[in-house]
Write a protein that binds this ligand. Structure first.
Ligand code: PEP
Length: 250
């Protein structure tokens, strides 16, 4: 069976509505759908609608949110519910990105709750896991990844995993220009697959790699069959570069 690759762009706090629209229009000029390849765009929440509308005729594109709250509504100033981002056009949501975990104190428990609510509401959660450099250097990569995945396993039943996508994003590789080697990434992907299988998840859950993916390394990373795609920050911010990158691999 051939892999269906996912190329997911995380724009973080870049590209408000006007810039996002200009990006989408340029991207449409440069690309057309490629078989067996899905392109996901996670702009800032205020630009979800404009990107979803601009790219609505592209069957290969899904627009996503970068974060949501797990509650459907209420007194949570500054937060967005899943139905709100869906109303704006999101069909995917990043959950537990390392910047949410490490800069904003998001816990494993909160990541799991967001995943459960995303599944219940009908949006695809892209759940991110990854170790810090201190954790890797002290030989704790395996235990940290297992703990983060276990938190989701504890709340999401085996059959619901058919609607979950995971991303392995070592924290030390995000925005640093220092990517994991294809071997290192593949090893952690295998570890996650083994853990899912042990817990009765028979479905092949797509696992993306993220962390300083670029035009220079995407081919060697995607050459590894353990990787089902990439989650990209910095190299997704320029439409010409992103159009070139999503044309590579597979
Ligand atoms: C990310 O934001 O998920 C990411 C992987 O960023 P970068 O590609 O810039 O390392």
């Amino acid at each position: 069976m051939t892999r269906r690759l996912i190329y997911a762009a995380n724009w973080k706090m870049n590209h408000g509505p006007a810039e996002a629209l200009a990006f989408a229009e340029r991207f449409l000029q440069l690309t057309s759908p490629v078989e067996d390849r899905d392109l996901w765009f996670c702009p800032p929440a205020v630009a979800i609608r404009v990107v979803a509308e601009a790219l609505r005729l592209r069957p290969d594109v899904r627009v996503g949110a970068q974060n949501v709250h797990w509650e459907p509504k209420g007194a949570f100033t500054g937060e967005l519910s899943i139905s709100m981002v869906m109303e704006a056009g999101a069909r995917v949501v990043l959950v537990g990105h390392s910047e949410r975990r490490h800069l904003f104190g998001e816990t494993d428990e909160q990541v799991a709750r967001k995943t459960v609510t995303a599944l219940a509401t009908g949006i695809t959660p892209l759940v991110c896991v990854g170790e810090t450099s201190a954790e890797r250097e002290s030989g704790r990569t395996e235990s940290v990844i297992q703990r983060q995945v276990e938190a989701v396993l504890a709340r999401v039943g085996p059959s619901d995993w058919s609607r979950v996508v995971l991303a392995y994003e070592p924290v030390w590789a995000i925005g640093t220009g220092k990517n994991a080697t294809p071997d290192d990434a593949a090893q952690v992907h295998e570890l996650i697959r083994f853990q899912l299988a042990q817990r009765g998840v028979a479905i092949r859950v797509p696992i993306l790699y993220g962390g300083s993916v670029s035009l220079a390394n995407v081919l060697s990373l995607l050459a590894r069959p353990e990787l089902d795609g990439v989650l990209v920050g910095g190299a997704s911010l320029d439409p010409d570069r992103w159009a070139e990158l999503v044309g590579l691999g597979g």
